[in-house]
Design a protein around this ligand. Sequence first.
Ligand SMILES: Cc1cc2nc3c(=O)[nH]c(=O)nc-3n(C[C@H](O)[C@H](O)[C@H](O)COP(=O)(O)O)c2cc1C
Length: 197
Amino acid sequence: MEFLVDKTDGDTLFRLVLGLVVPRPIGWVSTVSEEGVYNLAPFSFFNAVNDEPPVFMLSIGDRDDGTLKDTVKNILDTKEFVINVVTQELFKTMLVSAEEFPPQVDEFKKAGLTPVEGKTVKAPYIKEAKACFECKLYKHEKVYDMHLILGEALLIRVSDEVSDLEGRIDYDKLRPIGRMAGSYYVRAFGNSLIKSD
Ligand SMILES: Cc1cc2nc3c(=O)[nH]c(=O)nc-3n(C[C@H](O)[C@H](O)[C@H](O)COP(=O)(O)O)c2cc1C
């Protein structure tokens, strides 16, 4: 089957792109508004684009009514954010934080998570998360209707059980979750891992 992009409707393109670029990591982004309200939301248009220094990309659409999502507004206002890693224990909690709450709602409270102010940024990280990257905004560009956010990490926090001192990660301890399309996700640990050597 072939789909000529300019002859294919938006819903089908959405399903093809999300269904074939898999599994995707999930950047669980925490920010603080100018008014001091904490915000949290997951994004799977997320990846690393550089390692030294670490730079990450997020691609975020607008709300259906055309307004900015709280994450984008907060990042553009404060120029900083934290990317938390989604793991098995926090999977259901992550889903709660994906709901559209008004900007004055603290999504840490809604999700039952503990915010801790970052060391290098004012944005909070999730205390319960096993790893996170504290980032400052590197660049914001529009790509058609999406906000491409590039963030440079100033600090990488990872719990002692998950990483050794040289940054080798134990996936069975981290238990990361990846996103497929629709409501499908994958566990990136245990029997799912394939070793190449
Ligand atoms: C696993 C997952 C991944 C998501 N990925 C994206 C994404 O890459 N881009 C996007 O615009 N929205 C994505 N969403 C939807 C946002 O999380 C949702 O719009 C959220 O309400 C935005 O919150 P905010 O207004 O607090 O920023 C995703 C949702 C889930 C559950």
